[in-house]
Design a protein around this ligand. Structure first.
Ligand code: LLP
Length: 412
């Protein structure tokens, strides 16, 4: 995580200016110990039940980060065949990967099954097809849509009635009819109701719905998977999911369920942001400072091609000038170099910025690099993992060759 000591900003023991000097700008930097402390705080909080963490690797899919999860006993939540292959490649066993596809081609499902991956089914059509194809030979989970508006933002809420995700709980009779018809082996019930929950206790409310269905209709469950939604701080005074407080409620409810159910059931979560958001810092460099009559702009050597969350979700991420010469501040819009509006931060009060200053964006671990693109034919940044005080390059900066790669020039 980014920290200040005297007038210098560091990530662990590494001054940000040294990181930029060594690896170039812009640069994604992740703090491995912060990731491990987030993992440990979740494990501890839920230790009274048999909890399993599945990293939602879409948040940050660099192989070295995924490998760090493996080292720390965290399994994988994958949403594409490519994520599955990447997890297998870094050493995960198929049994450690849960696949939660959303409306993919059946050929992709077949490929995942042939790799030995457990499937989480999110439509009646897929349930039927799985029944026809595999009968009771395949243990599967069902993704439910509980009609709960839980996320902090409509774009990242997934458990509400108008969402494309999951099988609506109202269709439980149709689910049961297919389960009976094909003698399906339902071993898990899954929900993921969104990201950034305003109020974490929505997880308890949603879990009660899964528990009720488990008790009524699914006697052979091995796990209940409550997805994610754990909120981290993006703003200094942001509310967050107090994981230990939430866990007390969840654990009490779940332990009582197990007593009634008469069988051990695992409780699964699929954190993305909680594990990696705060570990990441995106280091950029100021190219140009521009003073218009009504506004000041800091142009950095990046933009929505590298970090799209502010433009896509109106997301707020804190911005820091890491190398100011003065404490005097000015209000800026921090913007990119892309030829369309790409505001990274609006009205930010920063110590006066000059060209060459290192501008850091916090919370850049989740959905930042993984949502980056080559828009404007720009190359993607390098990624560095600082682990136990050593900076490891975990992705090379792209080059113009990467922009040309896969393009085919027609000879006219
Ligand atoms: N499980 C499933 C099935 C998911 O679809 C997701 C995220 C997660 C777990 C992890 O959720 P998290 O712990 O990260 O909140 N790009 C958006 C967030 C999209 C989340 C997509 N699904 C953003 O940058 O805010």
């Amino acid at each position: 995580m980014l920290r200040k000591e005297g007038n210098t900003y560091f990530i662990q023991n590494q001054p940000v200016s040294a990181l930029v000097e060594q690896f170039g700008s812009p640069l994604y930097v992740y703090d491995g110990q912060k990731i491990e402390s987030q993992i440990n705080s979740m494990k501890e909080a839920f230790s009274a039940v048999d909890v399993k963490l599945k990293f939602a690797c879409k948040a940050l899919t660099n192989m070295s980060i995924v490998k760090l999860m493996l080292k720390n006993g965290v399994d994988i939540d994958a949403v594409s065949i490519e994520e599955i292959k990447l997890a297998l490649r870094v050493g995960y066993k198929p049994s450690q990967i849960q696949y939660t596809p959303s409306g993919v081609a059946f050929s992709e499902i077949e490929e995942a099954v042939s790799l030995g991956i457990r499937l989480n089914i999110d439509s009646l059509q897929l349930l039927e097809k799985v029944g026809e194809t595999y009968g009771n030979s395949l243990p599967v989970a069902i993704r439910l849509n509980p009609s709960i508006m839980a996320g902090g933002n409509l774009k990242i809420s997934t458990g509400h009635a108008d969402s494309k995700f999951g099988i609506p709980i109202e269709y439980i009779d149709q689910v049961l009819a297919l389960v009976n018809q094909y003698d399906l082996r339902i071993v898990g019930l899954h929900q993921h109701n969104g990201s950034d929950f305003k109020d974490g206790s929505v997880i308890v409310k949603a879990m009660k719905k899964s528990i009720e269905l488990a008790e009524k209709h699914f006697p052979n469950l091995e796990f209940i998977d409550m997805g994610s939604g754990f909120k981290v701080a993006y703003h200094e005074d942001d509310h967050i999911t107090e994981i230990h407080e939430l866990a007390k409620e969840v654990v009490a409810e779940f332990a009582y369920f197990q007593e009634r159910y008469g069988k051990k059931v695992q409780l699964w979560f699929e954190p993305g942001k909680y594990l990696v958001s705060e570990s990441g810092t995106f280091l950029m460099t100021c190219n140009v400072v521009k003073h218009n009559p009504g506004r000041n702009f800091v142009h950095v050597d990046s933009g929505l091609n590298h970090l799209i969350r502010p433009m896509m979700y109106d997301a707020f991420q804190e911005i820091v000038n890491c190398t100011p010469d003065t404490e005097e501040t000015e209000k800026y819009d921090v913007v990119g170099y892309i030829c369309e509006t790409d505001t990274l931060g609006k009205d930010r009060e920063l110590p006066k910025v000059k060209p060459g200053d290192i501008i850091a964006m916090k919370n850049a671990g989740a959905y930042c690099f993984s949502m980056s693109s080559n828009y404007n034919s720009r190359v993607r940044p390098a990624e560095v993992l600082v682990y136990n005080g050593r900076a490891h390059l975990i992705r090379e900066r792209e080059s113009i060759e990467d922009i040309y790669r896969h393009q085919i020039e027609v000879s006219f």
